[in-house]
Design a binder for this molecule. Structure first.
Ligand SMILES: C[S@@+](CC[C@H](N)C(=O)[O-])C[C@H]1O[C@@H](n2cnc3c(N)ncnc32)[C@H](O)[C@@H]1O
Length: 175
């Protein structure tokens, strides 16, 4: 999958992205629109009024992690130490019927990646994302992780229950 990406080169990486202080890197509109065309997002689960990608969104004041996620959700979470909580919430929300599409750093060596990202559909992005007003590409690769509702998965994966053998019919005869 491609979007407005740039090939990383020495000296062109965005130094701010090495810092864990800023966590509000806005999704590039072109990338969001491509995914929105495919999924039709209804809720941005972590945003502010300035960077929300959907009319319905959860802000830090209401705390998206404490809300119920319903419908088709967009998630570009804060990339700090709480990212595992966001991925856990995304995965669990999909078990409750939500579709959650997340833009996350492809940190394949982390626990949250193995515990949660690998339970979703992963699309590794070619090149590097230039977040928001960042003039330079991020110093890390990114991936889009898709958690589809459990009902979708269970229909595909679960075998129908085996019919119970009835030893006798209602009149007590052997069938
Ligand atoms: C990486 S930015 C993404 C912004 C926007 N949703 C987008 O896709 O461009 C993460 C956003 O999450 C917000 N945020 C941080 N903690 C939050 C929380 N507990 N609940 C909701 N939003 C939160 C931050 O203020 C920030 O705007």
């Amino acid at each position: 999958m491609k979007a407005t990406f740039t090939r990383p080169s020495r000296g062109s990486l965005n130094p701010g992205l090495f810092s864990s202080r800023r966590q509000d890197w806005e999704t590039p509109l072109a990338l969001f629109r491509t995914l929105d065309t495919e999924f039709g997002f209804e809720l941005d689960v972590c945003a502010t009024p300035d960077n929300a990608k959907c009319a319905a969104f959860f802000s830090p004041e209401i705390d998206g992690l404490r809300q119920q996620w319903r419908g088709v959700c967009w998630m570009n979470p804060p990339y700090g130490s709480a990212i595992g909580d966001w991925m856990a919430k995304a995965y669990r929300s999909s078990l409750e019927g939500a579709t959650v599409v997340g833009l996350v750093p492809a940190r394949t060596d982390t626990r949250w990646w193995h515990d949660f990202a690998m339970r979703g559909e992963i699309r590794f992005l070619q090149g590097r994302v230039s977040f928001g007003d960042g003039q330079n590409p991020a110093p890390f690769p990114s991936a889009v992780v898709i958690f589809r509702p459990k009902s979708y998965l269970s229909m595909a994966l679960e075998r129908p229950p085996r019919a119970k053998k009835q030893p006798f019919d209602s009149a007590g005869r052997k069938p």
